[in-house]
Write a protein that binds this ligand. Structure first.
Ligand SMILES: C[S@@+](CC[C@H](N)C(=O)[O-])C[C@H]1O[C@@H](n2cnc3c(N)ncnc32)[C@H](O)[C@@H]1O
Length: 316
């Protein structure tokens, strides 16, 4: 495999880069578009050679050159374009408005998006940024692409599928980690023909650290709120974890919670390291930013081993 020229949009904490490394896929250059300073800090700590290019809406590519907020880069052909565009307006946990303008005009084609954008329309939420991914996919025409998003209403899933011209792979992170995380992956790697792996059988107890039992306790007040919110039952250690959310730091009803004898309420949160393990990140990968920012970044991220599994088809 030749060294890969990679562009990662909505790069977050660069879980894509961890996955490439885990699969021993050699990287020539890795360009990351991300605007969250804490996520960028984590990426640069772990991968100092990453070239950060800023806001995706200000990135363009023509004749082998990437024009960005942070400079112009001659990069030639691109082997791989990856990205998980923001999902808040798609997720069943959110408002589910999809990709719409402030006036609720539904955006279903790139042409329509570019026209609305040029006419100065504003967009609701962040999920519309999918169209920036599509714009760059067209401009760059990479050999391979991968787009990740949450399970969403069929209408929007069909819009994405029609636009990308390939059916998504539904891949639950629970197969390769201790966390349930049901996601869709659109990719042309191996023409999208990717067979799901067998369940490794990982459970919450496999990520729990004894030393964290003295910390991350749930306060009694939170515990009461927690008990009242009937939907959010605690996890037992012999289960797969509930999905990690970027809002986990807010505590109940955001989950998961595990039993903990040392805690007055009987439960505690997972520590950032345990959350990293749920995403199959290396321990302490996000160390160096506040605990709140670590929970946010990890909850926003990809499950590394799922991405590594999909990318492993590049070697086949
Ligand atoms: C769902 S997260 C993706 C996380 C990433 N896949 C990872 O492994 O960490 C979406 C990311 O898009 C970023 N984002 C939002 N608006 C952006 C923009 N205009 N340009 C670049 N990134 C943006 C957010 O800061 C967030 O980190």
């Amino acid at each position: 495999m030749n060294n890969l020229n990679v562009i990662s949009l909505f790069d977050g904490i660069s879980c894509g880069q961890v996955a490439l490394k885990r699969e021993n896929l050699p990287i020539e250059n890795y360009y990351a578009s991300e605007i969250d300073r804490y996520a960028i800090q984590v990426t640069q700590k772990n991968f100092p050679l990453t070239i950060q290019v800023g806001d995706v809406a200000k990135v363009t590519y023509s004749n082998g050159t990437l024009y960005t907020e942070t400079g112009e880069y001659y990069i030639g052909d691109v082997d791989l374009l990856i990205g998980g565009s923001p999902c808040q307006s798609f997720t069943f946990a959110g408002k589910r408005e999809g990709m719409v303008t402030d006036e609720n005009i539904e955006i279903t084609t790139l042409e329509q998006y570019l026209k609305l954008k040029s006419e100065g329309f504003a967009f609701k939420g962040q999920s519309y940024l999918f169209w920036e991914y599509v714009r760059l996919l067209n401009e760059i025409n990479p050999t391979y692409f991968l787009l990740e998003n949450v399970k969403m209403q069929k209408f929007w899933q069909d819009v994405i599928t029609k636009t990308l011209g390939i059916e998504p792979l539904r891949f639950n992170s629970k197969l390769l980690s201790a966390q349930r995380r049901d996601r869709l992956y659109w990719t042309n790697i191996n023409n999208g023909d990717i067979e799901l792996p067998d369940d490794l059988g990982l459970l919450l107890k496999d990520v729990v650290r004894e030393e964290d039992n003295d910390k991350y306790h749930l306060s009694k007040i939170h515990h009461q709120a927690f008990l009242k919110s009937y939907k959010w039952t605690p996890n037992c250690l012999d289960e797969k974890s509930k999905p990690l959310l970027a809002s986990y730091y807010k505590q109940p009803p955001h989950c998961p919670y595990i039993p903990c004898e040392q805690s007055e309420s009987g439960y505690r949160m997972l520590s950032p390291v345990e959350c990293e393990r749920l995403q199959t990140l290396p321990d302490n990968y996000t160390e160096g930013i506040s605990k709140t920012q670590r929970y946010k970044c990890i909850g926003n991220g990809w499950t590394v081993d799922v991405i590594a599994y999909i990318l492993s088809y590049l070697n086949k």
